[in-house]
Design a binder for this molecule. Sequence first.
Ligand code: 13P
Length: 297
Amino acid sequence: MGLVADPHLVRLINKKGPCVTGHSPDKLIFRSRIAKLPGLLSREVEMRQPLVAGNWKMNGSLASVKKLVEGIKAGLATVTTAELAVCPPYVYIPQVAAMLKGTSVALGAQDVNDRESGAHTGEVAPGMLTDVGCKYAIVGHSERRSIYGESDDFTARKFAAARKAGLVPILCVGELLEERERGITEQVVGRQLDAVIALEGIGALADAVIAYEPVWAIGTGKTASPQQAQDVHAFIRGKLAGLDKAVAAKIQILYGGSVKGSNAAELFSMADIDGGLIGGASLDANDFLAIGRAGNA
Ligand code: 13P
């Protein structure tokens, strides 16, 4: 990434709190200086690009999708640093793909089946998603886990199938309110991660994204405080670092749960928060772009 990475570096220097990847703020400042020497130590300056992904859930129509994507495109130039992605309902993916052609906005799906093809009425295979231009697929969203009873193991199989087809899985993890109150947040999130690591190995997470979404913060207007979110993100990165430091340093860990334009910058300033997975606010182009701009260096 070389000099191109400088804005990210500057941003990371300004982040608060301990960075569990082992890069002290002083070291980052030092690295930003050496990064100004072209061609030198380019590996040293690799940074995590923020990602802001909109999960539209079961919302939209041909007309509203058109308006939303047009609005995002109109303001795209104001988002200078984060990658933006949108995850429409399956049926609108081709429409959105056509509209986003030639832009930097990535496309994702909200879910994926764990099989390649066959007699699975109502399901969508990973290869179908790459076929229509998807880069990402969300797996293990809490609504899949709670409303449709999807287990950690099933989620892990979806994660594996998505990767096999060349998709980048966005693996959602997060605790229920009752689990937080019982003090078992790390146990729950750890168990959800372990299912994927057991099936696919830690190396598989190098080509994936994790989204920490505390269930009590989803669609409730009740956001985790930046410190509450950072604590869990640091736990996740620390857990991964115990298995593979390079994977832990590379993986983007997004926060999801009532993120808005007004709270995104503070959340994204935390050391281990690399962007957001956005529900309600992603249905409004201006709100979504404002969250995207919160990632600007
Ligand atoms: P809200 O942003 O509406 O709380 O939804 C978060 C979410 O579930 C994203 O996947």
